[in-house]
Design a protein around this ligand. Sequence first.
Ligand code: PMP
Length: 354
Amino acid sequence: MSRYFSSRFSGLTPYVPGEQPQDQQYIKLNTNESPYPPSPAAVEWATAHTRSLNLYSDPECRELREALGQSLGVEPDQIMVTNGSDEVLNFAFMAFCDNENPAVFPDITYGFYPVFAQVNRVPYVEIPLKEDFTVDTDALCAAEGTIFLANPNAPTGILLGLDEIARMAASRPDRVVVVDEAYIDFGGESALKLLDRYDNLLITRTFSKLRALAGGRLGYGVGSPALMQDLNTLRYSTNPYNVNSMTLSMGLAILRDKETVLHNRDSIIRVREETEAELKKRGFLVLPSSTNFVFARTPAMDGASLYQALKAKGVLVRHFTPERIRDFNRITIGTREQMQAFFRVLDEILGGRS
Ligand code: PMP
């Protein structure tokens, strides 16, 4: 730390992103990216349909909001487009939390939430997941503050039903409930259909997972026009050109190419089911996943050792250190070939121990 670093942030522990190794080829199952490339049209549109790069990108992202509105069944003024969904989540912490409205989220969830709370200097309350790693809806409803709920949750992969989300939104109409739907496409029912009933719901979405555009950085928030106005006040006060024009074009191309998206979704779900079955055959406990990853532990080895052993053999998964989940690893669903390679390596490791 330099001696110039503001005392406001000197105690901040930044988010640690999953490894993005540049040195060696790994079978990369650690950051929940798509194993497939984005729609071929995305790459073509990144150049052919992009407004001249000497001009700033459209700060209103009008074309993409219109296309998204049509595909989601909402009005364009209910959408704000951001640089990945991390950005809209950060704006939500800025906009809807303060000393009277702490951020409230499960103790085991997306690791960026406590960091967003800290960087925005707002208090936060962590509500323990239940014994079976499901979200404690009653406790979240009873807590005071702005709820942040990843649904399905990460890293557990467990989905919460829409009636539970509705219960949270109804519990206190004077607070915002943010539903982070980064993984909703892999088997969940979106809270979009609740928007007509609850004007305190904010849904965040991303192109990084199923839509295979993690490197393009494209996300968005959906909610009432008034909530969008609040978020836009912050966006225009930080970076109005937050999404570059190539990414905006790629987003449009991906939205048009529904076929590739559906095909990839089916493949990922199929390979996830095979992966769950194969892990269970080997004695793993696998939490029920509605995402493009599985969260699993084996009685044969502790989580950190398995992570290290896999890495030493060229397979990257994600390990977390908090007590309750340190024996688990989060394994992103890759292609069938990648998963076969994963199991070959896993069997070498586990076979070597018995
Ligand atoms: N929410 C959850 C639960 C995530 O796992 C991620 C991916 N790390 C994000 C949001 C943010 O993804 P992105 O910024 O790429 O949209």
